[in-house]
Write a protein that binds this ligand. Structure first.
Ligand code: CP
Length: 331
């Protein structure tokens, strides 16, 4: 695997899930693969889970890891061509990238959407430069439009819980596939669409029934929403849900391009509380974290025994290890 941005980069999802479960049982079993190999993790934005879980995954595989926080100690980077660099940016990304590539074997990049220019963000302008100029396999640690390590961890978490429910006669579901609902929830800041984009993309490819619910104007890009059922009535969407994946995102600008990246709704009736969860099929709450309590979800729901937020975060180590392992195997 030379790059990892979208679900198709992983190939067959059942095979990937099987590999994830094997890696989880034997996470130190592939150390020879990473011996004398170096992962460079580049962060243009903050992180807790991605930083720790990806570094842990690489260490499980026997790799050396270098972490660069671009905004904490590196030269400020110019990303545009054709500019006179007489401002505060001392180095151009087009020199910095091949230099960084010369110190490592694999590169992970985190670079969020700027949310001011849809075309620039959805062209994945920054990470594509890493792909083009680094000479190394590159994987997304959340880019302008996708967060595939998160979506893969979410899929592993849903798969594990569904198998657990199936294995117990007292909880065995009567339906063949779980109903998974991705629901928008309110927030005080304009957030990118990377997490809901990838979650929708991956759930469309998985063996689940996907429903997406949000206020009008928050339609995700069709290339990610795919064949999901779109339901604007949140209560109707949540009925019979087995998994509730809450997330805020700013306006994707699909129906109104001029609203791209804006907050166009703050309706607090969309916050997931115990009443919302009571509409579900005894469903499980999910969120990628970090989460703002009181806006996205109430304390009662996130602290309940039907909250999967901690296993989801723990599975980030596994999704990262599978991806890095496959990249090492392809070197
Ligand atoms: N879910 C996630 O990517 O968390 P961080 O932003 O803390 O890495």
């Amino acid at each position: 695997m030379k790059s990892f941005f979208n679900v198709q980069d992983l190939g067959n999802l059942d095979t990937a899930l099987t590999e994830a479960l094997e890696v989880k049982k034997n996470r130190f079993g592939y150390q020879e693969l990473g011996k004398n190999k170096t992962l460079l993790m580049i962060f243009f934005n903050n992180s807790l889970r991605t930083r720790l879980s990806t570094q842990k995954a690489a260490m499980n595989l026997g790799m050396n890891v270098i972490v660069l926080d671009v905004n904490a100690g590196a030269w400020k980077l110019e990303t545009e061509r054709g500019v006179i660099m007489d401002g505060d940016k001392s180095e151009h990304l087009l020199e910095a990238i091949p230099v960084m590539g010369s110190y490592c074997d694999l590169i992970g990049v985190r670079s969020f959407a700027g949310l001011s220019n849809r075309e620039y963000d959805y062209a994945e302008t920054i990470v594509n430069q890493f792909v083009k100029y680094s000479g190394r396999p590159v994987f997304a640690m959340e880019t302008a439009t996708v967060h595939p390590l998160q979506a893969f961890a979410d899929l592993i978490t849903i798969h594990e819980k569904w198998e657990e429910l199936k294995s117990n006669p007292a909880t065995a579901p009567t339906k063949k596939r779980p109903k998974v609902v991705l629901t928008w929830a309110p927030h005080c800041k304009a957030l990118p669409q990377a997490v809901p984009n990838s979650f929708a993309e991956w759930m469309n490819a998985a063996d689940v029934d996907l429903v997406i619910t949000h206020p009008k104007g928050y339609e995700l890009d069709p290339k990610f929403a795919g064949n999901a059922t779109i339901e604007y009535d949140q209560k109707k969407a949540l009925e019979d849900a087995d998994f509730v994946y809450a997330k805020n995102w700013s306006c994707p600008g699909v129906t109104n391009p001029e609203d791209y990246g804006k907050i166009i709704n703050k309706d607090m009736s969309w916050t997931i509380d115990t009443e919302h969860m009571s509409w579900t099929n005894n469903g499980y709450f999910m969120h990628c974290l970090p989460v703002r309590r009181g806006l996205i979800v109430t304390d009662d729901v996130i602290e309940s025994n039907h909250s999967l937020v901690i296993p989801e975060a723990a599975n980030r180590e596994i999704s990262a290890e599978v991806v890095i392992k496959r990249m090492l195997e392809s070197l």
